[in-house]
Every structure is written in C-alpha cells, then in structure tokens.
Ligand binder design. Structure first.
Ligand code: NAX
Length: 334
C-alpha cells in the first residue's frame, strides 16, 4: 500500500528562504526518504508569480517524494489538512517603523494565519515560525488558533544554535558533531543568550577546552563575553554586511533541522517553545530554551543550573519578550 503524504504548508514561499526550503523538503531532507509530501505554498498576491515559478521548477525536478504542489493566496486553503506549517512570510521593518507598528503589521498576518490553522489544519499539526519577530509572531498565531494546543507552536532559534556551534568549531578546531549541549535562551534577537556553560567538546566542558587553548580561564571567559556571545547574537547583521543580503540557505537549513529533529526525536537542541513557567519564564511566552523531543514535540530540558551572569543575560532577553507581548496587548491584539 502506498504511504500517505504529509501536507506541509510554507508561507512566504515565493521569497528567498522559501526558495531555499522547497527543494530540500521535496527531496526528503526534512521528513526522510519514506514520507512523501504535499506542498501548499501561501503567498500574498504580489508574491504569487514567484511562488508559481518555484512550483514549475519543483515539477521539473520530478522528485519521487513530491505528490502535489498547490500555490494559493488564501490562508484557509493553504492550511487545510496541514500537518507541518512553516511560517516564513512576515512584514519586515520599514523605514521609520516603530516596534509597535511592526508588531501590529505582523499581527495582521499571524492572527489570520493562526485562525486558518485553527479552522482547518490536521489534528497533528505542528508549526514553526521563521518570520520575524519570530517569537512574538508565534505567540500571536498560537493565540488566534483557538482549540489547537499552544504547544504545537514554536519559533526558530536553531539558526542561532547552529551559529554558536559554528563559532566553537572554529575556536576549538573541532568538527560540529564533536560539540554537544550548546543552548540559546530567550528571544531570537540581539538580546538572545548563547550559552556554553553546559556544552562539551569530545566530552570535555567547552569552558575547560577554551581555557586550555587560550592559556587561562580569564581569557576563555573574555572570549565568550566579548567575542562569542555578541558575534552569534549579531551574526545576521554580519551576513548582511558581507553577503549584501540576509541569511537564506542557513536559515532554510535550520528550519529543516528544527522540523526534522522535532519529528524524528533529539536529545538536545534549541527552539523557542511556549513557556509553562520553566526557569521562571512567564507562562505563555514563546521563549528559546534547550529542548529535547521524543518525536511528539519539543519539551524544555529542565534542571540546568544557571549562574548569576547567565541568569542576568537570560532575564534581559525574557524582559524583551515581555515588552513585545505587552506592546501587542496594548494594541488590543492579544
Ligand atoms: P523575503 O522578503 O525574500 O520573502 C518573504 C516572502 O513572504 C515574500 O515573498 C512575501 O511576498 C511573503 N509574504 C509577506 N506577507 C505574507 C503573508 N501575509 N502571507 C504569505 N506570504 C507573505 O524574506 P526572506 O529572506 O525569505 O525572510 C523571511 C523571514 O524570515 C523574514 O521575516 C526574516 O526576518 C526572517 N528570518 C528569520 C530567521 C530566524 O532565524 N528566525 C533568520 C533568517 C531570516 O532573517
């Protein structure tokens, strides 16, 4: 008997990240070689031609796992029967736009998309929000989705996680798969806290390995504070500066890994999930934590010690999330 296909909905599918996502998903990179997919591409009218063009190219790839592609500018159609939703399309900050304007514009996107998910998505639906401000956009969609359990909504901080691993591989001259236990805490923004205090390299604490390499612990801590943390947190700006365009393939790769690991299971990665009060984070905020998955969704890794410096960094980022939530509430949206 043929395996039934999984419906994957991608918003902003005509954009840059969309273009980098579609072909890898259709090739089986996200759900594996045994799970055929049906793609639903959601765009706004101005983006429809680009999405339709991508659909033509998908046809020209003749991917054996790709059972169907539909392009639409109707959110209800796009999310009907959706099991995996990747919410990439968002309103970028325009010139002179204040934070409140940005949040209101995105509420106008993520509210109706959340409603469409509530109205028609499959009972096993899981959502990852990529479009910025990702954490608060996920909160907006989750709130609008009615009966869909809030823990089905996540936001992407896997790119930040991967960036942190990438910085360590260079500093320690090791391979990415030799590093475990990196964590991103807080908001997907420059306030995020990339944390190595529970990380190991070939089983040795990263801080000890850095101390060995740089000569003493003071230098290791200075590298973490002055180089590693700001570089990871501001890597998006560095990419724009060097490449002349924002992160695209690395963002698409991170989104694919986020969904793959949530579905297949993982002992440890980073993702923004709906807080249930873990580590003192106000309930309901969509906040990045170290997480694990047994295949049924991401859960926060609990019981980790955070020293005072770490806690202060984490709390600063959580305060930003609270401010974003409050700003949305003040607009009467939540
Ligand atoms: P693009 O501007 O290339 O593409 C966005 C697409 O979304 C456009 O085609 C646009 O027509 C479409 N769109 C806008 N409103 C829509 C709506 N209501 N419904 C459906 N489609 C809609 O941006 P791209 O480079 O692809 O980036 C997409 C988003 O990812 C941005 O918000 C960006 O800030 C965010 N990012 C998030 C990252 C993360 O780690 N969470 C990292 C990369 C990226 O910066």
């Amino acid at each position: 008997m043929a395996t039934s296909s999984t419906t994957v909905t991608i918003t902003g599918a005509g954009g840059q990240i969309g273009y980098a996502l579609l072909f890898r998903i259709a090739a089986g990179d996200m759900l594996g070689p045994d799970r055929p997919v049906r793609l639903r591409l959601l765009e706004i009218p101005q983006g429809m031609r680009a999405a339709e063009g991508a659909a033509l190219e998908l046809q020209d790839c003749a991917f054996p796992l790709l059972h169907d592609v539909e392009v639409t500018d109707n959110a209800r159609t796009a999310f009907e029967g959706c099991s995996i939703g990747m919410l990439v399309g968002a309103r970028p900050r325009g010139p002179g736009m204040e934070r409140a304007d940005l949040l209101a514009a995105n509420a106008g996107i993520f509210g109706p998309q959340g409603e469409a998910i509530g109205a028609g998505a499959a009972s096993d639906v899981r959502i990852v929000v990529v479009g910025n401000p990702a954490n608060t956009n996920a909160l907006l969609a989750a709130t609008a989705a009615g009966d869909v359990p809030a823990d089905r909504f996540t936001a992407l901080t896997r790119l930040d996680h991967n960036r942190a691993v990438g910085q360590l591989t260079e500093a320690l001259d090791v391979r990415p798969d030799e590093i475990d236990g990196v964590a991103i805490w807080g908001n997907h923004s420059a306030t995020q806290f990339p944390d190595v205090s529970h990380a190991t390299v070939r089983g040795v604490p990263v801080v000890d390995a850095l101390t060995e390499r740089l000569g003493d612990k003071e230098r290791a801590m200075a590298w973490l504070d002055d180089s590693f943390i700001p570089r990871v947190a501001k890597r998006g700006a560095e990419i724009i500066d060097v490449r002349g365009s924002s992160s695209v393939a690395s963002a698409a790769n991170a989104a694919i890994e986020h969904v793959r690991d949530e579905q297949a299971g993982t002992a440890w990665t980073s993702a923004a999930v709906v807080s249930q009060g873990e580590y003192g984070v106000p309930e309901g905020l969509v906040c990045s934590f170290p997480v694990s998955s047994d295949g049924s969704g991401y859960r926060v890794v609990e019981g980790l010690d955070l020293d005072d410096r770490s806690r202060a960094r984490f709390e600063a980022s959580v305060s930003e999330l609270v401010a974003e939530r409050d700003a949305v509430r003040e607009l009467g949206i939540l």
